[in-house]
Design a protein around this ligand. Structure first.
Ligand code: NAD
Length: 250
């Protein structure tokens, strides 16, 4: 028996082959969920979804675009009639110092991470409220809690800290409707988000700061997302769960 049998889930930014979103979508499907992968490129999203089994869907959706978020959710509701789980995973980062953050850097990083989380949540909330059931899982970061120092710059820390505030405020507002909202704070996970900009020196410095002595894997984050998406966490809302190998113990 799967923990998400009969549930319908959206995972944004889940086309990246080694990414946290794909790992999460895969584990959800293994646990019985029907999954929609939303990402920038339609073909990549469809291929990633097909990888998880024929019942899953891939759609193009730029989470910065409110109309695109609404259209994707409307298309899924047409087919499924309900959405039980949303994982706001789409995100980008940039390794910049404070004085190097140009307006376009601020906009790109704040928009995808924070605005995207807001718009996608707004698209699914009415249906979840009407059914009195739902779980929203937001991807924050240890960078929000410890002030960066891993890869992303201060604008990334700010966006991810914004996600924590948004998560907690949404959790409070939606709790009476039995819609739970929680955040995951991953530490350093080996994916392609660093886009080839992680030098061997940076990699060593990061690993030296991880008590468990290894980078995390997408499956480490997926397990936490499964817990938060499923009824195992039925009384958890507004929480931030660390998945960081001990790199921040607080
Ligand atoms: P990744 O780069 O492997 O995947 C990110 C995905 O988001 C890509 O498929 C990309 O196409 C998609 N995306 C980018 N902009 C988008 C947009 N506007 N609309 C829709 N999709 C968009 O990244 P990842 O490492 O798997 O990270 C996933 C999430 O976890 C991100 O929010 C990231 O900030 C967070 N996170 C990652 C780490 C880590 O160490 N990898 C640590 C902490 C938090």
């Amino acid at each position: 028996m799967g923990l998400l049998d009969g549930r319908f889930a959206i995972v944004t930014g889940a086309a990246s082959p080694r990414g946290l979103g794909k790992g999460t979508a895969r584990l959800f499907a293994e646990h019985g969920a029907t999954v929609a992968i939303l990402d920038l490129d339609a073909e990549a999203a469809r291929a990633a979804a097909a990888d998880l089994g024929p019942q899953n869907l891939g759609l193009a959706c730029d989470v910065i675009d409110k109309g695109a978020c609404e259209a994707a959710v409307a298309a899924l509701l047409d087919r499924w009639d309900r959405i039980d789980v949303l994982v706001n995973n789409a995100g980008i980062t940039q390794p910049l110092k404070i004085m190097d953050i140009a307006p376009e850097n601020y906009e790109a990083v704040l928009d995808v991470n924070l605005r995207g989380t807001l718009y996608m949540s707004q698209a699914v909330i009415p249906g979840m409220r009407a059914r009195g059931f739902g779980s929203i899982v937001n991807l924050s970061s240890v960078s929000a809690q410890r002030g960066g120092g891993i890869f992303g710059g201060p604008h990334y820390s700010a966006a991810k800290a914004g996600i924590l505030g948004l998560t907690k405020a949404m959790a409070r507002e939606l709790a009476p409707d039995n819609v739970r909202v929680n955040a995951i704070c991953p530490g350093f996970i080996a994916t392609d988000i660093t886009a080839g900009k992680l030098t061997p020196q940076m990699n060593k410095a990061i690993l030296d700061g991880i008590p468990m002595g290894r980078a995390g894997e997408a499956s480490d984050v997926a397990g936490c997302a499964l817990f938060l998406a499923s009824d195992l966490s039925a009384y958890c809302t507004g929480t931030e769960v660390d998945v960081n190998g001990g790199s921040l113990i607080h």
